[in-house]
Structures are given as C-alpha cells and as structure tokens.
Design a protein. Structure first.
Length: 92
C-alpha cells in the first residue's frame, strides 16, 4: 500500500509513454503538479485529459460564466486535453 501524493507514484508505475493516456481529476494545484510529472515521464499533452467543471454555473450555455477563451466549458467540455487547456490560457 502506498501513502502520499499521487504525483510521487507515477514514476513507480513505469508506464510506457507511447501508449499511455492519463485522466487527471483534481484541484488546479495538484493538476499542474501531476501534469508536470506526466510530461517528464514522456506522456504527450494530447494524451492527458482533465475536466474544467469549476467554471460552470448554469450548465446550459446561457450565462456565459463558463467561457474560457473561445470555448464554453459547459457546452464544449468539460473534458479537454492538456494541450487544449493550455491554448485556453490555463496553466499546464
Ligand atoms: S455555465 Fe453558463 S454558459 Fe456555461
């Protein structure tokens, strides 16, 4: 049994970077930390997914509260690749 932060466990898994897809659901701080570790392991940004649910309010595309750049998180997301999140201006 492992105890600690998940980003310390990634390296121990020995995942093959070429055919690994990661789904990261966490706080923004932990997301950035885990994504950084995944990139160091050689996993490409287009193979790392996350959700941007924290920006939703109405959830049906009416209030524009979920607008980030050119996207409405409630309508176009909430699941995005790390590469897409970076183009939206999110820190990754
Ligand atoms: S949450 Fe209102 S437009 Fe997306």
């Amino acid at each position: 049994m492992e105890v600690g932060f998940v980003n310390h466990l990634e390296a121990k898994l020995g995942l093959p970077a070429t055919n690994t897809v990661a789904f990261v659901c966490s706080s923004l701080m932990m997301f950035n930390t885990v994504v950084k570790e995944l990139k160091l392991e050689g996993i490409k940004k287009q193979n790392i997914y996350s959700i941007l649910e924290r920006y939703m309010k109405c959830g049906i595309g009416k209030c524009l509260h979920s607008t980030i750049g050119q996207t409405l998180v409630c309508a176009d997301g909430p699941v995005y690749t790390c590469k897409q999140i970076k183009t939206l201006g999110e820190q990754t």
